[in-house]
Design a protein around this ligand. Structure first.
Ligand code: ATP
Ligand code: MG
Length: 346
């Protein structure tokens, strides 16, 4: 059966980095069917909404979704009656039940000097932050009185179980479960569930419980220590940005958001950076975060581990050989960066 991938190029530099990413997919996935749809600002221009029901339906029945970037000054508005591209993104997250956000942080030796941290600290870091995306304090009841405000943090056992399983399944050697169990009740429940899932389903993976304040400290003091970090929504939000700074460049970071089985179990794979309207249309965007997002799609969306590793190693090789786009202080354009990576594919 053909593998069906929905591609959403979106806005700004989106289409420019999606085109070579599609070529990469065609090279690596046998019998692949690519279905491209308008999304974000482009969909607002054509249909008056950032995400049509038709596109959401196509995504739900796909094997994986590859997204480039949405938004731009053309659609920026403070008028609540006008549609915004970001609403398309939210609709996609809700419609696919994307409960797990994965951000690998793997500073590349060729770019160590781009990080604000010293080379000795980041050397050899290869970690993954697995963040719960649909629960916790961001979604709890919010109340406001004249002299106080409240945000409620709630997690159910089922919500914790599925994200913790995602974390254990992604681990190569060990899992650091991050919580604040010394003060939060949700964290005490979190820790109980982690212990049980570990004992029952993943006894061979090393497990440690780390308090979030300590995890933040260790991320900048000894990031090599971590393999997989699994944590709840707000802690993950903060820690994934801390971890991102180990690499120093937003143009290099991919992400994966994994979906709930009840919504088809479809994942969305996209670069962390935005649509970069300031350089759109010039053919100079760095496509590497997009290529690394394809690697995540291959690994987590299609279970093609060796193909995923081949993409990552081709990106490493191209950088080792001196490839630098403008955002990395060089002069290579999108086409040259693409050629350099494709040349390194085994
Ligand atoms: P958003 O609100 O969508 O996050 P943003 O404007 O905050 O958008 P980006 O779109 O990521 O963030 O742009 C931030 C800066 O990084 C811009 O100067 C942009 O040109 C640059 N940038 C982002 N992605 C790339 C890329 N792939 N290649 C080159 N430069 C990039
Ligand atoms: Mg931004």
């Amino acid at each position: 059966m053909a593998t069906r991938i929905v591609t959403l190029p979106g806005d700004g530099i989106g289409p420019e980095i999606m085109a070579p990413a599609v070529e990469l997919l065609r090279r690596l996935v046998a019998d692949v069917e690519i279905e491209e749809h308008l999304f974000g600002g482009a969909a607002i221009d054509a249909h008056g909404t950032g995400l049509t029901d038709e596109v959401l339906g196509a995504c739900r029945s796909a094997d994986a979704v590859l997204l480039a970037a949405v938004g731009g000054p053309k659609w920026d508005t403070t008028d609540p009656s006008r549609p915004r591209p970001e609403q398309g993104l939210l609709g996609l997250r809700q419609g696919l039940g994307l409960y797990a956000n994965l951000r690998p942080v793997r500073p590349l030796p060729a770019l160590y000097d781009a990080s604000p941290l010293r080379r000795e600290i980041i050397e050899g870091t290869d970690l993954l932050v697995v963040r719960e995306l649909t629960g916790g304090i961001y979604f709890g009841e919010k109340t406001r009185t004249a002299d106080s405000a409240t945000d409620v943090c709630t997690y159910s056992i089922a919500e914790i179980e599925r994200i913790v399983r995602t974390g254990f399944a992604a681990a190569r050697s060990k899992v650091a479960s991050v919580d604040k169990a010394n003060v939060l009740e949700t964290s005490r429940l979190w820790r109980e569930v982690v212990k049980r899932i570990h004992a029952e389903e993943f006894p061979n993976v090393e497990l440690e419980h780390v308090l979030v304040d300590n995890a933040a400290m260790q991320l900048v003091a000894a990031p090599r220590h971590f393999d997989v970090i699994v944590t709840e929504n707000m802690f993950g939000d903060i820690l994934s940005d801390v971890a991102a700074m180990l690499t120093g460049s937003i143009g290099m970071l991919p992400s994966a958001s994994l979906g709930d089985e009840a919504d088809g179990g479809v994942g969305v794979f996209e670069p962390v950076h935005g649509s970069a309207p300031d350089i759109a249309g010039q053919g100079i965007a760095n496509p590497l975060a997009m290529f690394l997002s394809v690697a995540l799609l291959l690994r987590h969306g299609l279970d093609l581990e060796s193909e995923a590793a081949a993409v990552e190693s081709a990106v490493d090789k191209a950088l080792d050989q001196g490839l630098r786009t403008r955002d990395l202080g060089g002069t290579a354009n999108t086409a040259e960066a693409t050629a350099a990576v494709f040349a390194g594919l085994a």
